[in-house]
Design a protein around this ligand. Structure first.
Ligand code: NAP
Length: 259
C-alpha cells in the first residue's frame, strides 16, 4: 500500500525519542519530510542524522514546547524551510506524577503546560497552513485518560483533554476537510516508560505484573506499532476517518484482563 507521503511535510513533537522517534522514522521510510520539535538538541540531531543517513529529509527545532512562542517558532521554521505543512503529530508528553495529594496548584498548571497547551498551540499556529494542504492532525493520547492511574492528575487531565479536543477539532475543521484523530497507547517500552516504572517500588516485579495483563500476546506494544497506525492516519489512505480515538494497546483498555 502506497501511503502517498512523498514530499509531504510533517511536524512531530518529541520526534527524537520513544514513540515519536518511531513515527519520525516511519514517515521518512514512506518518503515524507519530518520536522522534529523537542527539547533535547543532541537527541534531535541524532535522529535527523539517522534519517538523513538512510536517505530521508529531516530537520529539527530545539524547544521546550510549554510556551506559545516556542510553538509558533516551530510552525514558522517549518513553513520557511519547506513551504508547507501537511500534518501535525502532537506526541510530546511526560507522565510527571503531579497528584492530588502530592501535587500543588502550581505544579498542576505546569503539568498542563508541558502536556496539553502545546497540543492546542501547535494546532492553532499550523491551522492556516493545514487549510492550504487539506492536511491533518494526529494526537498521541494515553490510556490514563480513560482508566486513571493514580497520583498523576496533570497528565490525566491533559490526556482527557486530548480526547475531547480530538472530537472538538474534528467538528470545527470539517469545513476545511482537515481530519483529526488520536492514537491511544497503553503500555509501550520507551525512555518515558522506563523512567516511570523505576519510580515504583519493585519495578521489575511490577513490570512483569503489567505485561501479564496485556491481553494480546502478553507483551507490550512496540513504538513501531503506534507509529504504523499514526502514519496510516496521517496518510490519504485514511481519507474518511476523523474524530476517532484509536486504541493501539493489545486490548489492554477494553478487553477482560482476568483472562
Ligand atoms: P519519551 O520516550 O519520553 O519521548 C518523548 C520525547 O518528547 C522526548 O524526547 C522528550 O524530551 C520530548 N518532550 C516531552 N515533553 C516535551 C515538551 N514539553 N517540550 C519538548 N519536548 C518534550 O516518551 P514516549 O513514551 O515516547 O511518549 C510519547 C507520547 O506517548 C506521550 O504523549 C505519552 O504520554 C504517550 N504515551 C506513552 C505511553 C508509553 O507506554 N510509553 C503510554 C501512553 C501514552 P525529554 O527526553 O527531554 O523528556
Amino acid at each position: 500500500m502506497d501511503l502517498n507521503l512523498a514530499n509531504k511535510v510533517f511536524i512531530v513533537t518529541g520526534g527524537a525519542k520513544g514513540i515519536g522517534a518511531a513515527i519520525s522514522k516511519t514517515i521518512s521510510d514512506e518518503k515524507g519530510i519530518v520536522v522534529i520539535a523537542g527539547r533535547n538538541k543532541a537527541d534531535n540531531q541524532a535522529m535527523v542524522d539517522e534519517i538523513v543517513k538512510s536517505g530521508g529529509t529531516a530537520s529539527y527545532v530545539t524547544a521546550e514546547l510549554g510556551t506559545a512562542e516556542a510553538c509558533r517558532e516551530v510552525v514558522d521554521f517549518t513553513v520557511e524551510k519547506y513551504g508547507q505543512i501537511d500534518g501535525l503529530v502532537n506526541n510530546a508528553g511526560i507522565n510527571d506524577g503531579v497528584g492530588l495529594e502530592n501535587g500543588s496548584p502550581e505544579k498542576f498548571f505546569q503539568s498542563l503546560e508541558k502536556n496539553l497547551s502545546h497540543y492546542y498551540n501547535l494546532a492553532h499556529y499550523a491551522l492556516p497552513h493545514l487549510k492550504k494542504t487539506k492536511g491533518n492532525i494526529v494526537n498521541i493520547g494515553s490510556k490514563v485518560a480513560v482508566t486513571g492511574q493514580g497520583r498523576t492528575s496533570g497528565y490525566a487531565a491533559s490526556k482527557g483533554a486530548v480526547n475531547a479536543l480530538t472530537r472538538e477539532w474534528a467538528v470545527e475543521l470539517l469545513p476545511y476537510a482537515i481530519r483529526v484523530n488520536t492514537v491511544l497507547p497503553a503500555e509501550v517500552w520507551t525512555p518515558l516508560y522506563e523512567n516511570w516504572i523505576k519510580t515504583l517500588p519493585n519495578p521489575e516485579e511490577k513490570l512483569a505484573q503489567i505485561v501479564a495483563k496485556i491481553p494480546l500476546e502478553k507483551r507490550m506494544t512496540t513504538s513501531e506499532e503506534i507509529a504504523d497506525m499514526t502514519v496510516f492516519l496521517l496518510s490519504s489512505r485514511s481519507s474518511h476517518t476523523t474524530g476517532q480515538i484509536i486504541f493501539v494497546d493489545g486490548g489492554y483498555s477494553h478487553l477482560d484482563r482476568s483472562i
